[in-house]
Write a protein that binds this ligand. Structure first.
Ligand code: ZN
Ligand code: ZN
Length: 463
């Protein structure tokens, strides 16, 4: 079993405040939700991901003693956390800081945490896990999961949200060598390390998904996972990167993955034919650090929209709309929207239409009933194929990749993180747009569901 931990970016400040009491060590109790991967598409192993949900800083009376080198807390203050974690289905945890910068868990930490993990199993059962988090002054985070008697396992940490940073992750495939030197000269060696350890899911391998996948692989992404239900048609060849005439009839995702793997860069792309709405693809979602939504359907978008908030995993959503008027192009707009808790969702931005999503779901599940509803005039039929042109679809893919760069490097100066950017190709300048979070929005307005992780039914609301 592999473990990893997600710390949403908005927790960094409260973590820092709890972990350092001036020059003394400070700490907090924590609760983590669960996101389970049955079979990771890349490692093929099961993985248990913990998402930081809540922290409860120690009060002065919780602390027995503390110094710049240790913190000891009263164990009985842990009991309410154990009770809450069991009743709400979370894993209990403990976090503390090393103001000295000492970079690993100390012997004293081992002893304290072993006792806490023992208390967890005694009260919540022999399968109960305990998560510990170490905070260093430079915001480096270390985590481990105490999973059985006296045994812990290191868990890589990722920071998600308006930032994307992964820590202590071993690359799955040997690093690329000097061929990435030129981009290190732009973004630094750290960026090269990060992108080579990053796990990305690309949903949709069409006009936007195919150039994006190819660019990501060239830039160092080692194991992109690409999912698309469709096969290559000759009408796709004018904009599909990596597809040849002889690929007509083959699944798009496979064609793009084969193209990438054929570049000879040691990349191990995985191309799967399938629909993200199928429950069988949940492992692809939960195992990703970042998801690009390159589909043009509303049902898939709606699912990914919810996923970003429930699982604290950022989704970069891409769209291109071309509107023709009587005499020519009326509007041609590329859009990139980044979704994470704290940003307005696609529903609040009126980008996704729940009625169309329901119609698409029906077409997928019950084509007969769908046709009947179209005939009866209850829903609109398919209509003509959308107009598209390769330079514009590729341009929107480039915009999406730049949003990823912003999350990873913050390369745009102050105010560089915008959650939506529009490129109107018929006007000379890009535009960014604001959007308000509707406090009643079932997705982005309800913080109680942010980072809730696995619930049954999947991504459904708890009454
Ligand atoms: Zn310590
Ligand atoms: Zn919303």
């Amino acid at each position: 079993m592999d473990y990893d931990v997600i710390v949403p970016q908005r927790f960094l400040k409260p973590l820092r405040q709890a972990a350092f009491d001036g020059a003394k060590e400070g700490g907090a109790w924590a609760l983590f939700s669960s996101a389970r991967v049955t079979r990771d598409p890349v490692t093929t192993k099961p993985r248990h991901r913990y998402i930081l949900r809540q922290i409860q800083p120690f009060t002065a009376t919780d602390i027995v003693s503390s110094s710049s080198k240790h913190i000891t807390v009263k164990t009985d203050t842990f009991m309410p956390i154990l009770r809450q974690s069991q009743s709400e289905g979370f894993a209990p945890g403990f976090l503390h800081g090393h103001p000295s910068g000492y970079p690993t868990f100390s012997k004293q930490d081992d002893m304290n945490e072993m006792a806490l993990s023992q208390a967890t199993r005694n009260r919540n059962g022999s399968e109960a896990k305990f998560v510990s988090l170490l905070v260093l002054p430079d915001d480096t985070l270390k985590a481990r999961v105490w999973h059985k008697d006296g045994a812990s396992q290191a868990a890589p940490v990722s920071i998600t949200g308006s930032q994307l940073r992964i820590m202590d992750r071993h690359p799955l495939i040997a690093d690329r060598g000097s061929d990435l030197d030129r981009q290190a000269r732009v973004f630094g060696e750290l960026f090269n390390e990060q992108i080579q350890a990053l796990r990305v899911l690309i949903v949709g391998a069409g006009g936007t998904g195919s150039p994006l996948a190819v660019m990501l692989a060239r830039a160092g992404l080692r194991c992109p996972v690409i999912l698309d239900p469709d096969i290559v048609e000759d009408t796709n060849l004018h904009r599909l990167h990596g597809a040849r005439l002889c690929d007509v009839g083959r699944p798009k995702a496979e064609v793009v993955a084969d193209h990438i793997n054929g570049m000879g860069l040691g990349t191990s792309a995985i191309g799967l034919q399938g629909n993200i709405l199928d429950a069988s693809h949940r492992d692809l979602l939960v195992s990703a650090d970042l998801i690009f939504c390159c589909t043009d359907d509303h049902a898939g978008r709606l699912l990914l929209n919810r996923f970003a908030y429930f699982y604290e995993t950022s989704v970069v959503d891409i769209g291109l709309a071309v509107e023709r008027g009587g005499s020519g192009i009326r509007d041609m707009t590329g859009r990139v929207t980044t979704l994470y808790p704290g940003a307005a969702c696609l529903l609040c931005r009126n980008i996704v239409d729940p009625a169309r999503a329901r119609a698409e779901e029906l077409r997928r599940r019950d084509p007969e009933a769908f046709r009947q509803q179209v005939d009866d005039g209850y829903i609109l039929g398919g209509g003509d194929p959308e107009p598209a042109f390769i330079s514009m679809t590729t341009s929107v893919a480039t915009m999406a990749m730049e949003e990823m760069l912003q999350l990873m490097t913050g390369f745009r100066s102050t105010g560089g993180t915008v959650t939506q950017r529009l490129r109107r190709f018929q006007v000379p300048e890009d535009r960014r747009t604001g959007a308000k979070i509707d406090p009643d929005c079932p997705v982005c307005g309800e913080s109680e569901f942010w980072g809730i992780g696995d619930i049954t039914p999947f991504l459904d609301r708890v009454a």
